[in-house]
Write a protein that binds this ligand. Structure first.
Ligand SMILES: [Zn+2]
Length: 178
């Protein structure tokens, strides 16, 4: 397995619409290796999700894992692969929450997101699955799926004054919220 180079904003791959994976892709050894490498890369940079365009691959593919120790998530989400994901809103309730992105290093910002959604996708073997997600898990799904359409979280921020460096976030913002 390899740790991949992460694209940062202004690289065109992050602003392009990613291509759907065809059926043949799932048997491709290189496609399976890409998933393993994305997993390794996500762990290396301590992310909870990573989308293929972030590692310079314009494919509708993302990985997510919410560790039990992550205080933002209510429940652990084991490593999962999302291929050709489709998000359907469940209701119109929105919720503000903090987000960061490996492609916009060292920053955090407050982003409104759907509170509740349905996800339809294929797993790494091409098998369809469907689930409902709420709160932080729903947020991460929306964040990763946005990458597949060339969007990043700062595009959705309503108040740019909430943009903060992680260190200052820990020193000032996070502390005040506790
Ligand atoms: Zn991101």
């Amino acid at each position: 397995m390899s740790i991949l180079k992460v694209a940062r904003i202004a690289h065109p791959v992050l602003r392009s619409s990613a291509k759907p994976l065809p059926k043949e892709a799932f048997r491709d050894r290189l496609f399976q290796k890409l998933i393993d490498d994305m997993r390794e890369t996500m762990y290396e940079y301590e992310g909870v999700g990573l989308a293929a365009p972030q590692v310079h691959e314009g494919l509708r593919l993302a990985v997510i894992e919410l560790p039990a120790k992550d205080e933002r998530s209510e429940a652990e989400v084991p490593f999962m692969v999302l291929v050709n994901p489709v998000v359907t809103p469940l209701g119109d309730e929105q919720e503000d929450g903090w987000e960061g992105c490996l492609s916009i290093p060292d920053l955090r910002g407050m982003v409104p997101r759907l509170k509740r959604l349905k996800l339809d996708a294929l797993d790494r073997d091409g098998k369809p699955f469907s689930l409902e997600a709420v709160d932080f898990f729903a947020r991460v799904i929306q964040h990763e799926c946005d990458h597949l359409d060339g969007n990043v979280y700062v595009d959705l921020m309503k108040d740019m004054r909430t943009l903060t460096f992680i260190k200052e976030f820990e020193d000032h913002v996070h502390r005040d919220e506790e």
